[in-house]
Design a protein around this ligand. Structure first.
Ligand code: GLP
Length: 222
């Protein structure tokens, strides 16, 4: 594990964007795992800048997102489909058919989970997964205690996660209670993971992540 420190949020975003841009340069058909939330917004803005400066192209890049809320439409400004379009995809030369997110409004969610896992396999796995982390340590929408062997699944969000995400919604009651998320096993199988965290509140979570004891549940069986 390498820890890269940055002075502030902007510097973190620049460092991350430079890192990812180099990866795209060395493997133009890279599969990137993407995250949402406030944390990667600065990174996406910097990647757009690099693209506009003709430093990188996303023409051959494939992306696969971590998660989506259940019960809201793709066109809803609070959907992660909408987030990815407005924060990144609409501003770069990526092919829409090569961008992937789970559908939280699928009729058959169990089938949607299977489809997503097959898709990850079809893409040959994830080369570089970008992650944020929730205040309670959740990854994607896998809440603490999720099995390390989990695949794409429907999860009930804890009250603390819903409260943390309420900032994006009109009111707490509007925050969905469930989400569909890539599983921990698929995330851990990524060839490389870049986890971004910024600010005092996240420092505590990162300290636990780095220094905390592994629990007995942590037995990943690839
Ligand atoms: C949501 C996303 C996570 C993200 C987390 C942190 O719950 N599902 O993938 O890591 O928010 O968000 P923020 O970066 O806004 O703190």
């Amino acid at each position: 594990m390498n820890i890269m420190k940055a002075e502030n949020y902007v510097e973190m975003s620049v460092q991350a964007s430079e890192y990812i841009s180099k990866k795209i340069e060395s493997k133009p058909n890279i599969t990137l795992g993407l995250a949402t939330g406030s944390t990667p917004k600065g990174l996406y803005a910097k990647l757009i800048k690099n693209y506009l400066r003709h430093e990188i192209s996303f023409q051959q890049v494939s992306t696969i997102n971590l998660d989506e809320h259940i019960g809201i439409n793709q066109t809803d400004p609070n959907s992660y489909h909408f987030y990815m379009k407005t924060q990144l995809f609409d501003h770069i030369d990526i092919r829409e058919t090569q961008t992937h997110l789970p559908y939280g409004n699928a009729q058959d969610l169990a089938k949607e989970c299977d489809r997503y896992d097959l898709l990850i396999n079809r893409l040959g796995g994830i080369d570089l997964q970008i992650l944020g982390i929730g205040h309670n340590g959740h990854i994607g929408f896998n809440e603490p205690g999720s099995s390390v062997n989990s695949r794409t699944q429907v999860v009930r969000l804890t009250e603390s996660t819903r409260k943390a995400n309420a900032k994006f919604f009109k009111s707490f009651d509007d925050v969905p209670t469930h989400a569909i998320t890539m599983g921990i096993a698929s995330i851990l199988e990524s060839k490389e993971i870049l986890l971004l965290a910024s600010g005092r509140l996240k420092a505590k979570v990162i300290e636990r992540l780095v220094k905390g004891k592994l629990t007995k549940r942590f037995r990943h069986q690839p």
